[in-house]
Ligand binder design. Structure first.
Ligand SMILES: [Ca+2]
Ligand SMILES: [Ca+2]
Ligand SMILES: [Ca+2]
Length: 418
């Protein structure tokens, strides 16, 4: 890359000096029933859990019903902070056991019988529907009466879904917005605000099992809920603050999901400094979603805990060509950070960059395939996709050569974007 000049667009964030209005407006929330046809609904994005069948008894399971048929399959369910075992006995009238008391014993459970779903309900595969499943609950304050539903696909997948969620509208700055609140961590409460803290590289595998509830808000009023990971999405872990322009609103959902309160507030601010002027970031947090760009890579943010799930860095060469790298996988040190009042949380992202190739062996039916993925790692540990965009156009995927121990090329090819 030729010599670079940093282009930065300064969009200063101004602190709001608005006053508190009198009285907190309450909006009722009503219950919406969830059916198997809602499986791919963006509203349920963070709550629906797909578990894969295990042929043999999973580690940790102490006991199962006796004389299991050969085609019995086990599943490990991850529901919020609970891990529970399940057992499927396939058949015309399939039976599903869930370890509802979390004692790692399935022999003391009563099975639920599934009903075959009409073909076309899910769009693919043979499905069975299990209703009125007891939800395993172990945390203080969990509602033991909570019910789950599950869909079994081709006897291979167990898809767990809530039986309902909450819906309503809220008024913010004179405009009404549809909102949906989902008990995404299956504890019978609707007020579990996200905290990413204490996450680390080892716990990433469990990211899709949230320990928080989720919020969908129709920001653009089109009746849809966009779970975008590239721009400001409309589906997010449940926050306690919502940002609208330079204004912040405190959001409080009643634990039973009966109502929601939205009230203007002025949070305490700290500063995030990523040490790179031309960066764009998307953040999830207890303070809502944030799309940050410009202002020299420094932004004022409400005090609290954040998770960055997208980074783009750009640079411009002397011929005014703009190059851009995108990070959507591992955001390194920005995966989990805190903003503290009147303090600056500093990172250094971007160049110098290191190229990295990862080889994963993928087992298919009768062969093993080596999947080689390339990425570029910035100094904050953030992992960019190997492709560079030049003036908004994706450049050809990088080439690859496989060398033998003597350095001779045994295979060469091109990587594909996947
Ligand atoms: Ca049990
Ligand atoms: Ca909950
Ligand atoms: Ca929308």
């Amino acid at each position: 890359m030729s010599k670079i000049s940093w282009a930065s667009v300064a969009i200063g964030l101004l602190m709001s000096s608005a006053a508190f209005p009198a009285g907190a407006p309450k909006s009722p929330l009503t219950s919406k029933t969830v059916t198997p046809a809602d499986l791919n609904s963006a509203v349920l994005n963070m709550a629906v859990q797909w578990e894969t069948r295990e042929e043999s008894k999973p580690e940790g399971l102490k006991a199962a019903p006796a004389n299991l048929p050969k085609n019995a399959g086990f599943f490990v369910l991850h529901l919020g902070s609970n891990t529970a075992f399940a057992l499927l006995l396939p058949g015309r009238l399939p039976k599903l056991y869930i370890d509802s008391d979390l004692d790692k014993d399935l022999s003391d459970e009563k099975p639920v019988t599934g009903k075959r779903l009409k073909s076309g309900t899910l769009g693919w595969g043979a499905g069975y529907h299990f209703t009125s499943l007891p939800a395993p609950t172990s945390q203080p304050g969990d509602t033991a009466a909570l019910k789950l539903q599950a869909v079994v696909l081709n006897n291979d997948y167990l898809i767990v879904m809530p039986t309902s969620y909450r819906m309503g509208t809220v008024e913010i700055k004179g405009k009404r917005y549809r909102i949906r609140v989902v008990d995404a961590n299956y504890n019978g409460r609707y007020d579990d605000v996200v905290v990413f803290r204490h996450r680390n590289k080892d716990s990433k595998e469990n990211d899709r099992q949230p320990t928080y509830d989720s919020l969908a808000i129709d920001l653009n009023g089109d009746g849809e809920y966009s779970p975008s990971y590239d721009a400001l999405g409309e589906v997010m872990p449940l926050p306690k603050l919502l940002r609208f322009g330079e204004d912040y609103f405190a959001l409080r959902v009643a634990s039973d999901g009966s109502e929601v309160t939205v009230e203007k507030t002025v949070p305490r601010f700290g500063t995030l400094d990523v040490g790179y002027p031309d960066a764009e970031l998307l953040l999830w947090s207890e303070n809502g979603v944030h799309q940050l760009s410009g202002s020299g890579g420094k932004w004022k943010l409400p005090e609290g805990n954040y998770c960055c799930y997208m980074i783009r860095i750009s640079t411009t060469d002397t011929k005014k060509n703009k190059y851009m790298l995108t990070c959507r996988r591992d955001t390194g040190m920005l995966t989990d950070f805190d903003i503290v009042e009147d303090k600056t949380t500093s990172f250094k992202i971007g160049p110098p960059l290191a190229a990295q190739a990862k080889v994963n062996l993928r087992r298919e039916m009768f062969r093993r395939t080596a999947v080689i993925s390339a990425s570029v790692v910035g100094q904050g540990g953030e992992e960019y996709l190997a492709g560079v965009q030049k003036n908004g156009e994706m450049q050809p995927a990088p080439g690859i050569r496989i060398l033998d121990s003597a350095g001779k090329v045994v295979e060469s090819g091109k990587l594909e974007y996947g």
